[in-house]
Design a protein around this ligand. Structure first.
Ligand SMILES: *Cc1c(COP(=O)(O)O)cnc(C)c1O
Length: 331
């Protein structure tokens, strides 16, 4: 274990504005039967349940939005505008936050509009968001600008939230999560070597690896399992975001190790993979835990494969960081 980098950075961190939305700490729970099913010792697997942070059906976007939606950033704001796919978890939590805060919400979503909305598409509408459909990922940013301009001409003011709330500011939500987790480890007495976590826009792993380093736990490596992007993109996005977050904190730009893993995307973003479905069944039957087909099932599949192939030793302790996505199971 390394010494914590800098108390001054944590002091600065605690002075940064935040709008609490989720419950914390999220549970860190043992999963002895699942550990056994994977060939680990019974104490070899912990689940960090950000899926259960209790806001807008939960998940990792809650922690990032708490910083994106800090009180000082909402002054004079009438609308939240963000983007994603038609089944976006981020869009769902943003719509819930707008409802909580008494703001209008516009979601720019790419992909065919569902005839009968289900899963997150249903929840976007239930939370009262207006949906603007575009036909490609590339069309999202220009459409958000157009929407913000239209709001301006009508006398309102939009806060445009980047994809996945993955900005340096949003990443601070996972710096906070890392500190919370390290505190819980002290209670549980676990000595994990590796965290498996689903990744895409990479604000989550950026904040997590920065926070682990700040908390003196650079001995824990994080495997960022891609839902869509390449390994190079994971490293590039994460390093830009963690450097930006470190700058906000006056902290050194040092992170705990991040290992990108893009071998489990399967047929593509949002499409179930056979390995993911197998992992999903194993989580459900050996732990009573649901993982979603888009993100967390693929991270679970990677964890299984790493244990099976010996990349994780049978006596190692690992953490599966559950980032949510439950509505996709019912989409
Ligand atoms: C968005 C999302 C991720 C990926 O988080 P990033 O910060 O975009 O890398 C992982 N899991 C779930 C369930 C998500 O919704």
């Amino acid at each position: 274990m390394n010494a914590p980098i800098s108390d001054a950075s944590w002091t600065r961190f605690d002075g940064i504005g935040r709008t609490p939305l989720g419950f914390e700490p999220t549970p860190l729970i043992p999963a002895p039967r699942l550990a056994g099913a994977l060939g680990l010792e019974p104490a070899g697997l912990l689940l960090k349940m950000d899926a259960h942070n209790g806001f807008g059906l939960g998940g990792n976007k809650v922690r990032k939005l708490e910083y994106e939606l800090a009180p000082h950033r909402l002054e004079g704001i009438t609308h939240l505008v963000t983007s994603g796919g038609v089944q976006s978890n981020h869009a769902r939590v943003t719509a819930a936050a707008a409802a909580r805060l008494g703001l209008e919400c516009v979601l720019v979503l790419n992909g065919p509009e569902p005839k009968i909305p289900s899963g997150n598409a249903l929840l976007h509408r239930l939370f009262g968001a207006r949906i603007v459909s575009v036909d490609s990922r590339e069309a999202r940013d220009p459409a958000m600008e157009r929407v913000a301009e239209e709001i301006r001409t009508k006398g309102g003011r939009a806060l445009v939230i980047p994809l996945g709330a993955s900005s340096p500011l949003g990443a601070l939500g996972y710096v906070r999560a890392a500190r919370e987790f390290v505190g819980q480890l002290a209670e549980v007495g676990g000595r994990p070597t590796t965290i498996f976590i689903a990744s895409s826009s990479c604000g989550t792993v950026a904040g997590l690896t920065l926070g682990l380093a700040m908390a003196g736990r650079s001995d824990i490596r994080t495997v960022g399992v891609s839902a869509d992007v390449s390994e190079g993109e994971i490293l590039e996005r994460a390093s830009i975001l963690s450097a930006g977050a470190a700058e906000l904190l006056g902290a050194p730009d040092l992170t705990a190790p991040l290992i990108p893993e893009a071998g489990f995307v399967g047929p593509g973003y949002g499409l179930p993979s056979p390995e993911g479905q197998e992992a999903q069944a194993r989580f459900a039957r050996a732990a009573g835990v649901i993982v979603d087909p888009v993100y967390t099932a693929k991270a679970a599949a990677a964890m299984h494969a790493w244990i099976e192939s010996g990349r994780i030793g049978r006596d190692e302790r690992v953490v599966f960081w559950h980032t949510g996505g439950h509505p996709a199971v019912l989409a």
